[in-house]
Design a protein. Structure first.
Length: 401
C-alpha cells in the first residue's frame, strides 16, 4: 500500500512514518507539490491545519489526480474543517492530536461513501466562489448608506470573524472571505481590510502582492498576527498597516477599525480674512468703474455722420454689460483663490521659507552683542589686581610657614 502524507509539520510526518514503517510512505508539504511530484497513492493522509484553505487544496488534489485514493483528513479544533465542503467520495476524519496513535486503525476503517447530490463540481478546476459585496447586499436586501465604511475580513476562523462583526455592529458594511488569495480581488471594494495572517507565509505573500497594486496599497490594513505562524510585517510595504496580536490584542484592533472609520479627510478653506481682503478689493473696483463711465458721459465724442447704408440683419448677440463682466471676474477670481490660497498652502509656503532661511548669522550676532555688553560692564583691571593679591598673600604665607 502506497501512503502519501501531506503536511509541513516535520514532527507529525516523522511520527506517522515510524508508525507506518511497514508501508511505502511518501511525504510532501502541500497538495500542489503532491500533484506535481507524485504519480499515484492508495491512501492520502492530509494535515488540514489551514482550515478552509485545506478544503480547497484537497478538492484540487482530488480533481487533478488522486480520484481513487482514500483520504484521511487530520483536523484540529483551532482550524475547523467542514467535511461537507470536501468533495472526495472516500474520506475519513481523524483528530490531529490522535493521528500518530490511531493512524493504523484509520487506514483500515471503511471510508464514508458520499451520495451524489445536486452540488456538482466540474472535473476541470474547482473554484469556490465567494459572494461579492453586491451579491451579499442583494441577498440581504440591504441598501448601503453613504456614511458606512466597508470592511473586508480575510479569515477562515469563524469565531474570530463573528467576534469582529458583533463588535462593529450595524455601523459597518462587513464582508468575510476565507481564502487569502481572493483578498486581492475583493479588497478593491473595501475601505478597511482586516487580514488574519494565521496562514503564515501565504498571508505574507498575498499582502506583498497587494502592496504592489496602487489601488490597494493606500487602503487601511489591520493585520492580525499569530505567534505560531509568524510573518515579517516590515517586509510588507503598506503605508497604512496596523499589526495586532489576534489573541491578545483583538479588542485594540477593533477599536482601531472604529477610529479609522471616524477619521475624515481634512478640508482646508480660505479664511475669513482672505475673503474680507477680496471684498475690499472688489469694492474699490466697483467705485472706480462708475466714475470712469461718468467721465466718458461728460465728454461725449461727436463723430461725423456718414451716409446711411443698408444693413443686413445678423443673428442677435448678447453683449455683456460692465456689471456682468465685473460679477463674472469677481466670481472666477474668488473661486480660483479658494483653490490656491488655502490656509494649508500659505502655512506650507511660510514653513518652507522659514526653513530655508539661514539664521546662523543672526544667532551669532545676537550672542556677540550680549557677550560684548557683559564684558564691557566688568572691570578686568580690578579683578586681575584682586586675584593677583590673593595669590601673592598665599605664596607669602607658604614661605613664612
Amino acid at each position: 500500500m502506497k501512503v502519501l502524507v501531506v503536511s509541513f509539520d516535520k514532527s507529525l510526518v516523522k511520527g506517522i512514518k515510524e508508525v507506518l514503517k511497514d508501508y511505502e510512505v511518501i511525504d510532501v508539504k502541500n497538495g500542489e507539490e503532491a500533484v506535481n511530484t507524485v504519480q499515484s497513492a492508495d491512501v492520502i493522509i492530509y494535515d488540514a491545519i489551514s482550515g478552509s484553505i485545506s478544503e480547497e487544496d484537497i478538492n484540487k488534489m482530488y480533481q487533478s489526480k488522486f480520484k481513487t485514493a482514500k483520504y484521511i483528513v487530520l483536523v484540529d479544533d483551532l482550524f475547523p474543517v467542514d467535511m461537507n465542503n470536501i468533495t472526495v467520495k472516500k474520506k475519513v476524519k481523524l483528530a490531529r492530536e490522535e493521528a500518530i496513535a490511531n493512524i493504523k486503525q484509520a487506514l483500515l476503517e471503511e471510508p464514508v461513501q458520499e451520495v451524489e447530490t445536486s452540488f456538482q463540481v466540474p472535473d476541470t478546476e474547482l473554484e469556490l466562489e465567494v459572494p461579492s459585496f453586491k451579491q451579499q447586499e442583494e441577498a440581504t436586501s440591504y441598501t448601503p448608506e453613504a456614511n458606512k465604511k466597508r470592511v473586508l475580513i480575510v479569515s477562515f476562523d469563524s469565531t474570530l470573524t463573528d467576534t469582529i462583526k458583533a463588535a462593529l455592529g450595524a455601523d459597518f458594511e462587513i464582508t468575510n472571505i476565507k481564502n487569502p488569495k481572493d483578498a486581492i480581488e475583493k479588497a478593491s471594494q473595501a475601505d478597511i481590510v482586516v487580514f488574519d495572517t494565521i496562514s503564515g507565509m501565504m498571508a505574507q505573500k498575498t499582502l506583498v502582492e497587494m502592496s504592489q497594486k496602487e489601488e490597494l496599497a493606500q487602503k487601511h490594513y489591520i493585520l492580525l498576527t499569530d505567534d505560531l505562524f509568524t510573518i515579517d510585517v516590515d517586509k510588507i510595504n503598506l503605508p497604512n498597516k496596523y499589526p495586532f496580536s489576534r489573541e491578545a490584542e483583538l479588542a485594540k484592533a477593533i477599536e482601531k477599525i472604529k477610529e479609522l472609520a471616524k477619521a475624515e479627510t481634512p478640508t482646508y478653506e480660505v479664511s475669513d480674512e482672505v475673503i474680507g481682503l477680496l471684498d475690499e478689493l472688489f469694492k474699490e473696483q466697483k467705485i472706480e468703474q462708475p466714475l470712469q463711465e461718468l467721465e466718458l458721459e461728460s465728454f461725449p465724442l461727436e463723430l461725423p455722420q456718414e451716409p446711411k447704408q443698408e444693413i443686413i440683419p445678423e443673428s442677435p448677440t448678447i453683449e455683456k454689460t460692465p456689471e456682468m463682466k465685473e460679477v463674472d471676474i469677481e466670481k472666477l477670481l474668488k473661486e480660483h483663490l479658494k483653490d490656491v490660497l488655502s490656509e494649508k498652502l500659505i502655512e506650507s509656503v511660510l514653513t518652507s521659507a522659514v526653513r530655508e532661511m539661514s539664521i546662523d548669522s543672526l544667532i551669532e550676532r545676537v550672542i556677540r552683542d550680549q557677550v560684548e555688553k557683559q564684558l564691557s560692564a566688568i572691570n578686568l583691571a580690578d579683578i586681575i589686581r584682586e586675584e593677583a593679591s590673593k595669590a601673592l598673600r598665599e605664596r607669602l604665607r607658604e614661605l613664612i610657614t
